[in-house]
Design a protein. Structure first.
Ligand code: BTN
Length: 258
């Protein structure tokens, strides 16, 4: 990937002023996790062509074909602790969908909390890791998007997809990445003023599992219910056994029964 080409198309205030590029690294999220404090740069972007310990949510392995996709992480460090981080997965997903759609004209769906979905298959995922370092909030936003991947391992070939597999076209990864960074920067600029309702609304329009039967975890137990909607700060509202519940984080499975 040509980093200059990415930087040239950036139009950001925070994100991507500094970009680090690796041909091969364990995981871009790990890199930022282990970064020493004196090296922190707000908006630092770490890109890898290949990860040998790429991680998904719940410590799953995130494997992608080298040089075909987008695998990168963004470091956000802020002294401003006044903004809400609960909606971050939702609004990050929305900002990414908006960017992909702008550049490819493909409509992307969302699955709660932060999966990107195309034709009912997973196109990408987001792994957000948060920590506090005294007064400093450290957010690591890891993003994996399947762009030009041509095939997937047997275990996920029916549930994962790429832009290439759905359209038969290859996409320019540098342009896609710069548009995603531009879009995330815009979102971050709004988030710090807690002004993110636009993204919540956008996410809702993209979600295609409202009204459907789902299985979800709540306080360590599995429940079945119907996904009703999204709260203003990004919690999933579910009806389970005639009781309305708000789920803050976790994972859902959409049941086949409709
Ligand atoms: C998921 O859906 O489970 C989240 C996947 C996140 C993958 C990205 S790829 C870049 C960054 N580095 C990692 O090790 N994981 C994230």
């Amino acid at each position: 990937m040509d980093i200059n080409k990415i930087q040239y198309q950036l139009n950001t205030q925070y994100i991507g002023k500094k970009i680090l590029y690796f041909e091969r690294i364990d995981s871009t999220n790990n890199f930022l996790k282990n970064l020493e404090k004196h090296n922190y740069t707000d908006g630092l972007v770490v890109i890898a062509e290949e990860q040998f310990k790429g991680r998904g949510r719940y410590n799953r392995i995130w494997y992608t074909q080298p040089k075909k996709n987008l695998t990168f992480s963004i470091l956000l460090t802020s002294q401003n602790l006044n903004f809400e981080i609960t909606p971050l997965p939702i609004i990050t997903a929305s900002a990414i969908c908006i960017a992909i759609e702008n550049i490819t004209n493909i409509h992307i769906n969302t699955k709660w909390p932060n999966d990107l979905v195309l034709n009912n298959k997973k196109l990408g995922g987001i792994l957000i890791e948060t920590s506090f370092d005294n007064e400093l909030l450290k957010l690591i936003i890891g993003i994996g998007i399947n762009v030009n991947q041509t095939h997937f391992d047997k275990e996920i070939e029916y549930t994962a997809t790429s832009l290439y597999l759905e359209t038969g076209k290859e996409y320019d990864r540098e342009s896609l990445l710069s548009q995603i960074l531009n879009s995330l920067d815009k979102m971050y600029n709004k988030l710090i003023y807690n002004d993110y309702s636009y993204y919540i609304d956008d996410w809702k329009k993209r979600c295609n599992h409202f009204g459907k039967s789902i299985t979800f975890d709540y306080n360590g137990k599995k429940y079945k219910g119907v996904a009703l909607g999204l709260s203003d700060n990004g919690c999933l509202i579910v009806n389970s056994n005639n009781q309305e519940m708000k789920i803050l984080s976790g994972e859902i499975i959409i049941n086949n029964e409709g």
